[in-house]
Design a protein around this ligand. Structure first.
Ligand SMILES: Nc1ncnc2c1ncn2[C@@H]1O[C@H](COP(=O)(O)OP(=O)(O)OP(=O)(O)O)[C@@H](O)[C@H]1O
Ligand SMILES: [Mg+2]
Length: 326
C-alpha cells in the first residue's frame, strides 16, 4: 500500500471558451497540489465560490477530464501510466456521489435495480442471492434496508432518502475514496446534517476517505478533517479544518468565514462577490490581489509560492493573517 491514497501534483485544467479563433483560454484549475494519506481516512472539504474549479478538479480525480498539466496518482499508481493503472480497480476504489439524487436514478426504474446492477456488473456478487445480501448490507449501513427499498421508484423517496440510496450504491464496491460534489445542495435543510453525519460514520466504520465539495459553511465546519479553499482555480489555503475555520490565514478564506455559519448558508450569497471575469483566471500574480485589502505591489507582480505553516497547513499569500495576529 502506497503512503498516499491520493496525490494531486501540480494539476491544471485549461478550457477553451468561445470559437477556435477568437476564443479565450480559461484556466479552471491552476497548478493545484493536494494529497490524502492512506493510513488515516479523512473528510477533505473543497470550498470556494461558484466557478472556482471545485467540480473540474474532482472530475479530473474521477478521470472524467484529463489534466492539461500535472499528474494524479491513486494508491501509488499514476493515471497517466497505462501499465500500472487498472480501470476496473479504479471503478471499485473511487466512487462519485452527485448533487441531485433524482438525476442519478431514472424515474422509470425501481432504485433497487441500480443496486443489483452495480453488484452484479462489477462482480461484487456472483448471483442474485449473493446480490440480495450485498444490497441489503449497504442499505443497512445508510439506515435503510432492502425490505424498505425493494420495488420502489425514485419519486417514492424524499431527496434525503434517495441520496442515502446513492451512497449505499457507492458503498457496494467497498471504495477507498468517495467524491461527493455538493451532495446536500439539493436536499432539504433538515436532512443536510443527517447526510454529512453519515459520511463521518462511514469514514470511521469502513475507513473510506471523502472529498466533499460544498458551498455550505455549517456542514463543512461540522464534517471536515481538512479544508482546501480554491479561488479562481488556485488552491489558496489548505489545512486542518478547525484551524482554518477558526483562524484563517488567507484573506479570502477570512472573508468566507466571516459569514455566519447556518445550515444552508452559501458563501456566494454571503460574500456577494461580483461576477467572475475571465481575465481574472488568467492573472499571473496573486488572483485575489484585485480584491484584497492587504495587497501590496509585490502581490500585483508575482504569484506567491505555497508557504508551509507548521506541519499540515499551507497558504498561498505574501501576507497571511495569522502573521498579523501574532
Ligand atoms: N467543460 C467546460 N468547458 C468550458 N468551461 C468549463 C467547463 N467546465 C467548467 N468550465 C468553467 O471552468 C470554471 C470552473 O468551473 P467548475 O464547474 O469547476 O466550478 P465549481 O467551483 O464547481 O462551481 P459551482 O460551485 O458553481 O459548481 C468555470 O468558469 C466554468 O464555467
Ligand atoms: Mg461545481
Amino acid at each position: 500500500m502506497a503512503e498516499k491514497l491520493l496525490e494531486i501534483k501540480g494539476v491544471s485544467k485549461i478550457f477553451r471558451v468561445g470559437g477556435m479563433i477568437r476564443g479565450k483560454k480559461l484556466v479552471a484549475v491552476d497548478d493545484v497540489t493536494l494529497s490524502i494519506d492512506n493510513d488515516k481516512p479523512v473528510i477533505l472539504s473543497i470550498v470556494g465560490e461558484s466557478g472556482c474549479g471545485k467540480s473540474t478538479l474532482c472530475k479530473m480525480v474521477l478521470r472524467l477530464h484529463n489534466p492539461d498539466m500535472g499528474e494524479i496518482i491513486l494508491d501509488g499508481k499514476s493515471f497517466a501510466d497505462k501499465k500500472s493503472y487498472d480501470p476496473h480497480q479504479f471503478k471499485l476504489d473511487v466512487q462519485p456521489i452527485f448533487q441531485n439524487p433524482y438525476e442519478s436514478f431514472s424515474s422509470r426504474k425501481t432504485v433497487d435495480t441500480y443496486l443489483y446492477n452495480t453488484a452484479l456488473r462489477l462482480g461484487i456478487a456472483k448471483n442474485r442471492s449473493e446480490a440480495d445480501k450485498v444490497v441489503d448490507e449497504v442499505l443497512k449501513s445508510v439506515g435503510m434496508s432492502l425490505q424498505v427499498v425493494k420495488g420502489k421508484y425514485p419519486t417514492q423517496f424524499s431527496g434525503g432518502e434517495l441520496q442515502r440510496v446513492s451512497i449505499a450504491r457507492a458503498l457496494i464496491t467497498r471504495p477507498k475514496l468517495i467524491i461527493a460534489d455538493e451532495p446536500v445542495a439539493a436536499i432539504d435543510a433538515s436532512m443536510k446534517m443527517n447526510i454529512v453525519n453519515l459520511f463521518k460514520e462511514l469514514r470511521d466504520k469502513y475507513k473510506i476517505s471523502f472529498i466533499y465539495i460544498t458551498h455550505d459553511l455549517s456542514t463543512a465546519y461540522y464534517v471536515s478533517d481538512y479544508i482546501a479553499t480554491l479561488y479562481r482555480g488556485c488552491l489558496i489555503e489548505y489545512g486542518p479544518a478547525k484551524e482554518i475555520m477558526d483562524n484563517p490565514a488567507h484573506p479570502y478564506t477570512d472573508l468566507l468565514m466571516n459569514s455566519v455559519p447556518r445550515v444552508g448558508d452559501k458563501w456566494k450569497d454571503a460574500t456577494a462577490m461580483p461576477d467572475m471575469e475571465g481575465k481574472e483566471y488568467a492573472i499571473q500574480y496573486c488572483k485575489f490581489a484585485p480584491r484584497c485589502p492587504y495587497a501590496t505591489d509585490k502581490c500585483r507582480q508575482e504569484r506567491p509560492e505555497p508557504t508551509q505553516m507548521g506541519n499540515e497547513r499551507m497558504v498561498l499569500c505574501y501576507h497571511p493573517l495569522t502573521e498579523k495576529k501574532a
